[in-house]
Ligand binder design. Structure first.
Ligand code: SF4
Ligand code: SF4
Ligand code: SF4
Length: 302
């Protein structure tokens, strides 16, 4: 048996023809599991490393199919109200498969590296024509760095451009595992102040900043991603602090300031999570932050 058939990864999705996950046309793999808990996370289905069932009540037509197929009696539709009790759910996915209204969705599947590569290699021609490639993302893909390294190595050996999208809150050995096979790191920088970082993400930024310095010293190509979050890092002091930190690093090819939106709000409710997303109406225009980054770092900022 091929070693690629024996290494598994927990993923949420493989998105072909992605245009927001690096240069050109790309295929992006979204790994499941993240060590941070950013209040604004727009992929809450990737936070847990376990499979989950999402229930989107506004789509439910009360057809009763999920009640019929669930082996654990988790669904009820009596009295014109759908009740979903997760306590006894064994995550078999039968209800999601049976739902005709897309109101139930299973997040998370275990795939071999060979299965993932099979999808990634389909669009090699488009990568070449567009200057694209593959991107490993999440969640935090480097929580599964062994699988990532195998995927990246295999892609590189076929001449495919590779990118790793990371929050940086991972052990150094995870970074080292993928470094030789990664053409560019899409690296999140959320806040330079440690207390603010803990308040917004649940974790210190110490490891994140150390890993970013390490990648810079190793000569890695870096694209910094700064999500501009209302009431968190959208003040002039926060942006200036981040820019001054970046100005001391080398290897930064681009800074990308990400506009905040709250399109993922319904996903929090569907997963039974508390909705922690900030109000999108308070979002600042990213252009003011872009001007600060350019003036302090001299790096192309988009
Ligand atoms: S995933 Fe399986 S056990 Fe869980 S609610 Fe759906 S059908 Fe029932
Ligand atoms: S199968 Fe889907 S649409 Fe039908 S009752 Fe269940 S959740 Fe609602
Ligand atoms: S690092 Fe990314 S995936 Fe993880 S919680 Fe933060 S926004 Fe979500």
């Amino acid at each position: 048996m091929n070693v690629m058939d024996e290494i598994f990864a927990n993923i949420v999705d493989i998105k072909r023809f992605a245009v927001h996950d690096g240069d050109g046309i790309r295929t992006a793999v979204f790994f499941k599991g993240c060590p941070l808990r950013c209040r604004w996370c727009h992929n809450p289905e990737t936070l847990s490393d376990k499979p989950q069932i999402g229930f989107f009540g506004h789509k439910c037509t009360l057809c009763g199919e999920c009640v019929r197929v669930c082996p654990r009696g988790c669904h009820e539709t009596e009295g014109g109200i759908h009740r979903f009790d997760r306590a006894d759910c064994v995550l078999c996915g039968k209800c999601a498969d049976a739902c005709p209204a897309d109101a139930l969705k299973k997040y998370g599947e275990r795939k071999t590296v060979a299965e993932i590569l099979d999808v990634l290699l389909r669009d090699k021609r488009f990568y070449e024509e567009s200057g694209g490639g593959i991107t490993l993302s999440g969640g935090e893909c480097l929580m599964q760095s062994g699988a990532c390294a195998e995927i990246l190595k295999s892609a590189k050996s076929r001449g495919i451009s590779t990118a790793v999208d990371t929050c940086g809150f991972v052990p150094r050995k995870a970074i080292r595992a993928v470094l030789p096979f990664t053409d560019v790191f899409l690296y999140d920088l959320k806040h330079i102040d440690e207390a603010a970082h803990v308040a917004g993400t649940g974790q210190s930024n110490g490891i994140i900043l150390d890993n970013l310095r390490f990648l810079s010293e190793e000569g890695a190509a870096l694209e910094i991603r700064y999500p501009l979050i209302p009431g968190f890092n959208d003040g002039e002091d926060a942006v200036t602090g981040a820019a001054e930190f970046l100005a001391a690093l080398r290897g930064i090819k681009k800074i990308r300031v990400l506009r905040y939106h709250d399109f993922a709000r319904s996903k929090y409710v569907s997963l039974g999570y508390r909705d922690t997303m900030p109000d999108a109406e308070k979002a600042e225009d990213p252009d003011f932050a872009r001007r600060i980054f350019v003036s302090i770092t001299g790096v192309e900022t988009v």
